[in-house]
Design a protein around this ligand. Structure first.
Ligand code: ZN
Length: 430
């Protein structure tokens, strides 16, 4: 057994309290052995003047969209997708997706994110990037049927099933998968009724967009006479292992339905604010017992992949939505950043305790904006930034030490992504 001791820091425990302790990790099994005083390991990671937290878990991302970052801003969702995003995405090659995924994963490691859930295409390229970078991911191919003939629509749904089946358990078990109908309005009812049961047969959880804007709600109410999540339930979605991205415009009936089924919501506050989609009722969801995680969504609608930023946004917009400054407090946000997203994605991470996977971030507290240290949970949500992360560990392996990523070559990743983005936009405009 090879062990690593993370020494001298303050540790955020699963109950939300902070205590001075070392963390001892078995690097062979990738598990935490114990937290406590004076734990010696074969190797050491210094955490003096630092906070050791569970690695942050990004519950909803389109990681390769880093190549589209900053290319089109300040437009509503439908126009942005149809005029700016989809025409460029149509030109994406597998190599582009690989370059964009490496860039996004590099950014996430630097911000203490150790796991993410992704929805995109050319997924084997993303899996290769995940394997190389050493992070954990729940991947899938997102299928769309509207605007396609039956053969193309069917091929896309089949690909979503095949990718999820093929890649499950890849990268030494760090990759798991979901079946991904893109949304309730972009996949036809006949395809949902046929393919959702097939995904169940092979035990796949389902990750889909729902209730992001009123444009995703009104057509379903008009056509089916029920709310979108009632329709989702009717076609076989919303099992306990499923998770819904966004859930902005959900009413009381839908909140009850989420609570009854155990399906989770991934809240993406920055994307919802930037696209003016609306304010998710996070306080009400949590009070109803719904598992809520946090996601960045793609970098084109955020425009970064910092989960710490997402946490602060969740606290701020949660208070506005509830018209109550005590709503979505700091401890709730920390839970969503770690356990909430992990539980939604079906990962046994998000908790620093013996037996749990050793996925963690070490945050430098010797910073002007983190001084004085009255309350470190408050700091994590309201003051800390991605650039405060010193070390990132996933599955017991050190992915970043003293702000230097060990598994990806930063300069080369930036150069490849910039070059790929330049050529991509030249093709799209040509
Ligand atoms: Zn999304």
């Amino acid at each position: 057994m090879t062990t690593l001791s993370i020494t001298g820091g303050q540790v955020l425990l699963p109950d939300g309290t902070v205590t001075r302790a070392d963390v001892l990790v078995d690097q062979d099994s990738g598990e935490i052995l114990e937290t406590g005083a004076d734990l010696e390991g074969d190797a050491t990671l210094d955490a003096a003047d630092s906070l050791v937290t569970p690695g942050f878990v990004n519950g909803h991302c389109h990681v390769a969209m880093t190549l589209l970052r900053g290319a089109a801003d300040d437009k509503p969702l439908d126009a942005w997708l149809q005029e700016d995003i989809w025409p460029v995405e149509a030109e994406l090659t597998p190599e582009d997706v690989r370059a964009g995924a490496e860039l996004g994963i590099l950014e996430m490691i630097k911000g203490g994110v150790t796991a993410f859930s992704d929805m995109y295409f050319h997924v084997p390229e993303i899996a290769t990037a995940v394997e190389k970078a050493g992070v954990r991911a729940v991947l899938g191919h997102t299928a769309i049927t509207i605007g396609k003939d039956e053969a193309d629509a069917r091929a896309d749904m089949e690909e979503s099933l095949a990718v999820a089946t093929d890649l499950d358990g890849a990268a030494d078990g760090r990759i798991s998968t979901t079946f991904q109908p893109h949304s309730l309005t972009t996949v036809g009812e006949e395809y949902l009724r046929e393919y959702v049961p097939r995904a169940r047969e092979v035990g796949l959880p389902i990750h889909f967009h729902a209730n992001e804007t009123t444009n995703e709600v009104d057509p379903i109410v008009e056509e089916h006479g029920v709310r979108p999540l009632e329709y989702a339930r009717d076609v076989g979605l919303l099992e306990a292992e499923d998770f819904v991205a966004h859930g902005v415009h959900v009413d009381g009936t839908e909140i009850d339905l989420l609570s009854e089924t155990g399906a989770s919501v991934i809240h993406c506050p920055a994307s919802n604010m930037k696209l003016a989609s609306g304010m998710a009722p996070v306080q009400r969801l949590r009070e109803a017992g719904v598992t809520v995680g946090l996601g960045t969504d793609g970098a084109a609608s955020n425009n970064d992949l910092s989960l710490l930023d997402e946490g602060r946004d969740a606290a701020m917009i949660g208070k506005l939505a509830a018209e109550d400054a005590s709503a979505v407090p700091a401890d709730a946000v920390v839970e969503m950043l770690t356990q909430g997203s992990a539980d939604a994605m079906g990962l046994p991470v998000g908790r620093l305790e013996a037996g749990a996977p050793a996925d963690l971030a070490v945050i430098d507290l010797e910073r002007p904006h983190l001084t004085p240290a009255h309350d470190l949970v408050s700091h994590l949500v309201y003051a800390a930034a991605a650039s405060d992360v010193r070390h990132t560990v996933c599955d017991g392996q050190v992915l970043m030490r003293d702000r230097e990523v060990t598994t990806l070559e930063e300069d080369a990743v930036l150069e490849r992504a910039s070059e790929a983005a330049t050529q991509l936009f030249e093709r799209a405009e040509g």
